[in-house]
Write a protein that binds this ligand. Structure first.
Ligand SMILES: Nc1ncnc2c1ncn2[C@@H]1O[C@H](COP(=O)(O)OP(=O)(O)OP(=O)(O)O)[C@@H](O)[C@H]1O
Ligand SMILES: [Mg+2]
Length: 370
């Protein structure tokens, strides 16, 4: 036996209790009558109450009985599945207002007992980011409308004048009039790309096979900008159809795959396209009792250098770009369209692993899971 192995076996075993106490997120166990049967250190802090008191209490003493938290716990008991809900507002005189993500799971082989975790910071961040994306999309909308009126019209005047000059200009000057025409064309094309942001109509939706969308995207990418990239697919073949707009979704994933292809190294670049079904991801709709179910997860992962820290808070804003020829509209478009689908986009980025995750609703028509 080596010295390290000997040392390892003589280490004291890891205490589960110590692990739970070290976790920063509150963890609770509720029994069938919603009484607290367990609370870790973070939960004591969250409720500003010691474990001894918590464990003698019903959760209704800390959280109002009509809180969505209880409905969620009931759903878990009824379905036997774990459920998470984003952006739930917990409001009590004692807690103040807090926005949390609640994850609830049945305790194995223990009827009626449910483990609940509350994530505060991370989810507040996520919701915040989500709202930021929607704001970003809104500011593009206003900007696009302005550009269409204030920029495109004068540009066509400038272009017309340059063409007139071209007729009588010397060869040397003609080069300049050409330049004017080409540049005005380029700006017009840019303004045209913003057209999508001015469209405030609800999108036309259908039941869309997301794998067909991803295969199309991969084909376009392989024959153009991602010729040297290795693609890996990890599809869940039993995935239900998406409630979405096929053409817009193709453009969304093209934008994400194009960014990934531009981020990966010249040699050994890899992009993974993955789909999965996640039970019980719901987004509370702000200011109402309704929830959107977002069980379809599509992930585009690349092995590039990652997203620079200073870019992250503004990543989905229009005109944010680190690229020489970038317009910075790729992700603004993605945020707008995913938002129009009622979905969520999130990202995780570290060197050699950057993932953009799009959460979408299912089409509850043919092909949907029960
Ligand atoms: N997968 C990624 N890895 C690293 N950085 C990324 C990734 N995706 C986006 N970014 C960063 O986010 C910026 C904004 O992306 P966005 O797609 O909005 O614009 P762009 O790619 O620069 O321009 P365009 O999409 O118009 O060609 C990029 O310039 C890049 O710095
Ligand atoms: Mg881009």
């Amino acid at each position: 036996m080596t010295a390290t192995a000997a040392k390892r076996t003589s280490d004291p075993p890891v205490e589960t209790e110590a692990v739970l106490a070290a976790l920063p997120d509150p963890i609770l166990v509720l029994d069938a009558a919603d009484r607290l049967r367990y609370a870790n250190a973070a939960a004591e802090q969250f409720f500003d109450t010691g474990a001894a008191t918590l464990l003698q209490s019903a959760l209704t003493e800390f959280v109002p009985a009509d809180s969505p938290l209880f409905a969620l716990v009931e759903t878990v008991r009824a379905s036997g599945h774990s459920v998470s809900e984003y952006g739930v507002t917990l409001e009590t005189p004692r807690l103040g207002t807090r926005v949390v993500t609640i994850q609830a799971a049945p305790l194995a082989e223990d009827h009626g007992r449910v483990v609940v975790t509350l994530q505060e910071r991370s989810i507040a961040d996520k919701i915040d980011r989500q709202l930021t994306h929607r704001n970003a999309a809104r500011s593009v909308t206003a900007m696009a409308a302005m550009l269409a009126h204030e920029v495109k019209n004068p540009l066509s005047g400038i272009r017309g004048a340059a063409q007139l000059l071209e007729e009588t200009a010397s060869a040397a000057d003609r080069e300049l009039t050409r330049l004017i025409c080409d540049e005005t064309d380029r700006i017009c094309a840019l303004v045209d790309r913003m057209d999508v942001f001015t469209d405030r109509r609800p999108i036309e939706r259908d039941a869309v096979n997301i794998h067909e969308v991803l295969e199309r995207v991969r084909m376009i990418a392989r024959s153009g900008f991602a010729r040297h990239v290795r693609f890996i697919e990890d599809y869940d073949p039993s995935l239900p159809l998406v409630d979405g707009n096929r053409d817009l979704l193709i453009q969304v994933f093209l934008n994400l795959v194009k960014n990934a292809a531009e981020a990966v190294p010249e040699q050994g670049g890899e992009i993974e396209l993955a789909t999965a079904y996640r039970h019980g991801v719901r987004l509370a709709v702000a200011g109402s009792d309704s929830r959107v179910h977002l069980p379809l997860v599509v992930t585009v992962t690349d092995n590039g250098e990652g997203i620079p820290d200073d870019l992250r808070p503004h990543l989905f804003d229009p005109f944010v770009t680190t690229k020489h020829n970038g317009s910075g509209l790729g992700l603004a478009f993605v945020a707008k369209v995913v938002g129009d689908h009622g979905g969520i986009i999130e990202f995780d980025s570290q060197p050699r692993r950057t993932a953009f995750r799009v959460l979408l609703p299912t089409a509850l028509r043919k092909g949907a899971r029960p």
